[in-house]
Design a protein around this ligand. Structure first.
Ligand code: GUN
Ligand code: ZN
Length: 438
C-alpha cells in the first residue's frame, strides 16, 4: 500500500454554494490531504489528522493551496492550433480557421502529436478531467483516447458526427457515423478512466437522420454522454431554424431525436429564454458556459443568474480553440466579467464550484472526482499563491478565502499551477517535463 500526505491550505466544494451556503465548501488554512493507493484517504485540518500519521512522509507545501483538479466541460482537442484566431464570428470562424485545421486529423500521426500537446496543456493548467470533441475522423478519437489512457486521465470524448454543411473530407454519413461511434464505444468506454460521448457537432451539420441515429446510439448505451452545441450565435440559430422548420426552437431539434436528458451537455446556451432553460432543467441536461469563447467569437452574454433561477445545471468550459485559454481559473474570471456586463457579481466560490464539482456532476463523474472527499480519486492541483511578484503581493493582502479566489481568477495563468496529480501520481510539475506512461 502506498500512502502520501500533503500539508497546505485545502479547499474543495461539497455542494452548489448558491444552494448550500457556507456548508457548500470545506476550507482548511493549515490542512492535510492523505492519499492512499491513488485515492483520498483523508482531507482535513493538519492538527486533527497529524496524530494518525505515524510513518507517513509529509510533503510540506507552505504558501500553497491544494484544490481538486479542474473539470473542463467543453473543449475541442483538434483546435489547439486555431486558438487566438482574429476577426471572425462562429460560422466564418468554422470555415476559415477550424475546418481546415480539423482536416489534418485524418492523419493518425498528426492526431497523436496534437493529442499529447492538448493533454500537456490541460495538466499544465490544472485540468484533470474534460469532456472533449475530436474531429469527424475515427482515428482522431483513437489518438486522444490512447494518449489519455497513457496518462491515466479521466477523460470523456467523442468522434464528431457531421453529414452536411461541412467541407469534403470532414463529413461522415448516418451509417459510417453509427459504425465508427459504436466501434469507439466498444473499444474505449470504461477502459482506464475513459468515457464516451456521442458528439453531433451541432444541428446545422447533421441531417434529421443522423440526429435520429445519435439518439438511438445514446439510448442503447446508458453510460454514454451526449455533447453538442446549442444557441451560441445569432446567425447559427437562424440557419438551424431554416434547416429544421418544424422545430419550435433549437432545443426542440435535439429533443425530438431523444438527445436531451440527464446525460446531455449543451455547450453555450447563450441565447436561451427562460422557457428553454426550464425545459433543460426538467430534463436534467447541463449547459457548458464558455465565457472566453463567447467573448472572443462575439457570441453573446450567457446569463448564469437566469440559468440558476431556472434550475438549469451549469458547468464551465474553455471551448478551446474558440476560447482563448486552457485555464479554468481564467474561465472563472471571464465568467465574472460576463456577469458584470449584466449587473451580476458572480461569487468566487460559486465560480470555483462551476470549475470543479459542477463540471464533474455534468459529466456524471462526481462519484469519482470533482472534490477531495475520502474515497475519491486523488486528482488534485497544488496552486502557488506567489507564482508571480504581482500575485505574491496581492494574495498577501487578501483577508478572506473568497478574495484570494477572486485574485486567482483575475490574475492567474498556468504559472500558478505548480503541480498536477492524477490518482496521487505527479502528472505535471511547473517548468519540468513529466513523462507519460507508455
Ligand atoms: N459550433 C459548431 N462547431 C463549433 C466549434 O467547433 N466551436 C464552437 N465554439 N462552436 C461550434
Ligand atoms: Zn465548442
Amino acid at each position: 500500500m502506498s500512502r502520501q500526505a500533503y500539508r497546505a491550505a485545502l479547499l474543495h466544494m461539497l455542494d452548489d454554494p448558491s444552494r448550500g451556503g457556507a456548508d457548500a465548501h470545506a476550507y482548511h488554512p493549515d490542512g492535510l490531504l492523505v492519499v492512499e493507493d491513488g485515492h483520498v484517504a483523508a482531507f482535513g485540518a493538519y492538527a486533527d489528522l497529524a496524530p494518525g500519521l505515524a510513518g507517513t512522509e509529509v510533503t510540506e507545501l507552505p504558501g500553497r493551496l491544494i484544490t481538486p483538479g479542474f473539470v473542463d466541460a467543453h473543449v475541442h482537442y483538434p483546435q489547439v492550433d486555431v486558438i487566438a484566431a482574429w476577426g471572425t464570428q462562429l460560422l466564418d470562424w468554422l470555415n476559415t480557421h477550424t475546418f481546415p485545421a480539423e482536416q489534418a486529423f485524418a492523419d493518425r500521426s498528426h492526431a497523436d502529436a496534437v493529442a499529447q500537446v492538448f493533454l500537456d496543456q490541460l495538466l499544465a493548467n490544472g485540468t484533470t478531467s474534460a469532456l472533449a470533441f475530436c474531429t469527424v475522423h475515427k482515428t482522431s478519437a483513437e489518438a486522444l483516447f490512447d494518449a489519455a489512457l497513457g496518462r491515466n486521465m479521466r477523460l470523456i470524448a467523442g468522434k464528431v458526427l457531421m453529414d452536411r454543411e461541412a467541407p469534403f473530407g470532414l463529413t461522415d454519413t448516418v451509417e459510417t457515423g453509427r459504425q465508427d461511434t459504436e466501434l469507439l464505444i466498444r473499444a474505449y468506454r470504461g477502459r482506464g478512466r475513459l468515457g464516451y460521448a456521442v458528439t453531433p457537432r451541432f444541428a446545422v451539420t447533421s441531417t434529421d437522420a443522423q440526429l435520429a441515429m445519435a439518439g438511438e446510439v445514446l439510448a442503447a448505451h446508458p453510460d454514454v454522454l451526449l455533447q453538442t452545441h446549442m444557441s451560441e450565435n445569432v446567425a447559427e440559430i437562424a440557419r438551424a431554424g431554416e434547416l429544421f422548420p418544424w422545430a419550435r426552437d433549437y432545443l426542440d431539434v435535439y429533443d425530438r431525436f431523444g438527445l436531451v436528458g440527464p446525460r446531455t451537455v449543451l455547450a453555450h446556451c447563450v441565447h436561451c429564454d427562460d422557457g428553454v432553460m426550464g425545459r433543460m432543467a426538467k430534463a436534467g441536461a447541463s449547459a457548458a458556459f464558455c465565457p472566453s469563447s463567447n467573448l472572443l467569437l462575439g457570441s453573446g452574454l450567457f446569463s448564469l443568474k437566469r440559468a440558476c433561477a431556472c434550475g438549469m445545471s451549469t458547468a464551465l468550459g474553455t471551448d478551446v480553440g474558440g476560447g482563448g485559454s486552457f485555464s479554468l481559473l481564467q474561465m472563472m474570471g471571464e465568467a465574472y466579467k460576463v456577469g458584470q456586463l449584466q449587473g451580476d457579481n458572480l461569487d468566487p466560490l460559486h465560480a470555483f464550484y462551476l470549475g470543479t464539482l459542477a463540471g464533474a456532476k455534468a459529466l456524471h463523474i462526481d462519484s469519482r472526482v470533482g472534490n477531495l472527499a475520502p474515497g475519491k480519486e486523488a486528482d488534485f492541483v497544488v496552486l502557488d499563491l506567489a507564482a508571480t511578484p504581482l500575485l505574491a503581493r496581492r494574495t498577501a493582502r487578501t483577508r478572506t478565502l473568497a478574495e484570494t479566489l477572486f485574485v486567482l481568477a483575475v490574475l492567474a495563468d498556468d504559472r500558478v499551477v505548480e503541480r498536477t496529480y492524477l490518482m496521487g501520481k505527479l502528472a505535471h510539475q511547473r517548468g519540468l517535463a513529466v513523462a507519460a506512461d507508455a
